[in-house]
Design a binder for this molecule. Sequence first.
Ligand code: ADP
Ligand code: MG
Length: 361
Amino acid sequence: MAKITLDNLAHSYLPNPKGEDDFALKELNHDWVDGEAYALLGASGCGKSTLLNIISGLLHPSQGRILFDDKDVTHAPTTERNIAQVFQFPVVYDTMTVRDNLAFPLRNRGADAAYVAQRVQQIAAMIGMEDMLNRKARGLAADAKQKISLGRGMVREDVNALLFDEPLTVIDPHMKWELRTQLKSLHHEFGHTMIYVTHDQTEALTFADKVAVMFDGRVVQMGTPQELFERPEHTFVGYFIGSPGMNVLNAEVTGDRAMIAGTQVALGRDFGAPTGKVELGVRPEFTRLTSEDTGLPVTIKRIEDVGRHKIVRADFEGTPLNVIVEEGREISPDMTRITFDPAGVNIYADSWRVAPKGDAA
Ligand code: ADP
Ligand code: MG
């Protein structure tokens, strides 16, 4: 197991990249702490696979270095990195049995037969394929093959890191949950450094201790699920995480006041005088409907009852605003204004969070 350091890393698929736009991965400096379970979360095309393939050595970066425990492996081949990687689609040997597929990475490294037999049995139980060990992989359904791929990724105990690239895409929803739970218990048992790529926030937030959110070739925030929820460092994090995501409104901010389309809003904290494109972000959980004569006037478009709470879809001068109303709270027709709980308000300048005065971060 190892700490993985990305030093000044960047990657372009073009031979002669000109500007930043030509880079699939923009400059990145980051440590992946030894033994932690990470999720790499972002929309399709933001650079997740590119980053993962650079860590595993399938791809060589156009700039910067990768270190495993301070050893430079930037130009080391995949085999020397001692990493297990599972891809989105199954990679199995069709002519081999399930058992031989699972045993392959162990036999390849000269493990003794008794250990191989015992370990294969253990992994087969984790992926729910104990009664299929003697079947040839050929002819198995895509999800069964993907479970074999997953099992092969997990079979070795001596890897530096385990990398998963959207490994549950072809697996049915119930099994997804089951396998994710197995991956988590594998992490607790062996404490491997794990990086799990997904575009699904639920998957990321339930699997990982820390989530790295990627947007447009950048890791815009790395944090615990709670940090991503409470203080999104970038408007994309606010919008991408949460359901519904953070409300974002154009604002003019001076000190502890914001002006939003002519209405003054108290912020509770002093944000100085941010410049550029200034926005106020507040999650639906910290947004309230009121019948009092204060706050932003809105039009309610729709109320959705999702069981645990209601989601009110409102409109403020053409900008959608969502409010989460706890179960049992009445929503009356005279509630035509919206206020924000100052503790849940974040201010952004050019999409990046502005730290209020006295804020530790
Ligand atoms: P993700 O895994 O987040 O969906 P990728 O890392 O696959 O994103 O892709 C990031 C960007 O790099 C995308 O714009 C994609 O089109 C581009 N890209 C990925 N692979 C290649 C490649 N082999 N050659 C050229 N461009 C690529
Ligand atoms: Mg990908």
